[in-house]
Design a protein around this ligand. Structure first.
Ligand SMILES: [Zn+2]
Ligand SMILES: [Zn+2]
Length: 281
């Protein structure tokens, strides 16, 4: 009996246990494929014990843009995640949203928070104005008429407000403006520091997001420099693949773990009912 039990508990691969993948999407956002059950199946295959769905939250106005679920689909989203939870009881599956932070939307975000028993919210800045989502490939030409440093500055000002809002457990892909490779020549360290000080004060974790490796910047979000500044301040982290297809679950996690370990991290966050616990990875 004892032997059997020991055998069962032994990790099959002999590798380090994987930290939770807390950033994954569903087809409700209109630019992802595969149902939550398919992501969960893939996660189990890879040896994950915990994941979280964090699809793009609805806006108050459904015509705001075309890359998120509609308001009337929020219940369907929750039902799909519940379905995956039932089908894979061996996997802890958290219920979350990736919420766009735009100044003035705070009340809307509180309304969303009250609608379901969420485990965490990832707060992300994609919009530097009401009309420009800087990571949208359809709006790539906008970068041509803007000075990169001006965009990065506007972005980090918003990201700092997002952290200060107290609405989020995790801040998504913190240096997103590098996605297409538009990097300022100026020193951005003060922008990072101001944001990270706010994240520390508000108890926000950073999303260590491997999707950047699949974009033009070919780099995890956030950069090693920002992660080192974050570690020095005691800002915690959570891992995310930003999977938009089941095949992307847990992608490049070995690289992400190595990167954060190289600046000193040994622990990451897990969230239940919007409460944080630290786990070693
Ligand atoms: Zn997306
Ligand atoms: Zn995002």
């Amino acid at each position: 009996m004892f032997n059997l039990e020991t055998k069962r508990l032994k990790p099959e691969t002999g590798l380090m246990p994987l930290p939770p993948d807390y950033h994954m999407h569903t087809p409700l956002c209109r630019h992802a494929e595969g149902e939550p059950v398919d992501y969960a199946r893939r996660a189990v295959e890879l040896g994950f014990t915990e994941i979280g769905f964090s699809d793009h939250s609805p806006m108050r106005r459904d015509d705001f843009d075309n890359w998120r679920m509609r308001n009337d689909q929020l219940d369907e989203y929750v039902a799909k995640v519940c379905c995956a939870q039932q089908e894979f009881p061996q996997l802890a599956i958290r219920l979350a949203l990736e919420v766009d932070f735009l100044p003035g939307q705070e009340e809307w975000i509180r309304e969303l928070a009250a609608r379901h028993p969420w485990d965490y919210f990832i707060g992300s800045v994609h919009y530097v104005s009401d009309s420009w989502d800087i990571d949208n490939p359809a709006k790539l030409s906008q970068w041509k008429s803007r000075d990169p440093f001006e965009v990065w500055t506007a972005y980090f000002e918003r990201l700092t407000l997002a952290a200060e809002s107290g609405l989020f457990e995790i801040i998504g892909h913190a240096d997103l403006p590098k996605k297409f490779g538009h990097r300022p020549t100026q020193n951005c360290t003060p922008l990072y520091e101001k944001f990270l000080d706010a994240a520390k004060r508000a108890n926000c974790a950073l999303d260590v997001n491997t999707a950047g490796l699949r974009k033009d910047c070919k780099e995890i979000y956030p950069s090693r420099e920002m992660l080192a500044l974050a570690f020095a301040r005691g800002v915690p982290i959570a891992f995310g693949s930003d999977a938009h297809a089941p095949g992307e679950v847990g992608l490049n996690f070995a690289e992400a773990m190595a990167l954060v370990r190289s600046v000193g991290y040994r622990e990451c966050c897990r969230f239940t009912n919007r409460r944080r616990e630290m786990i070693r990875f």
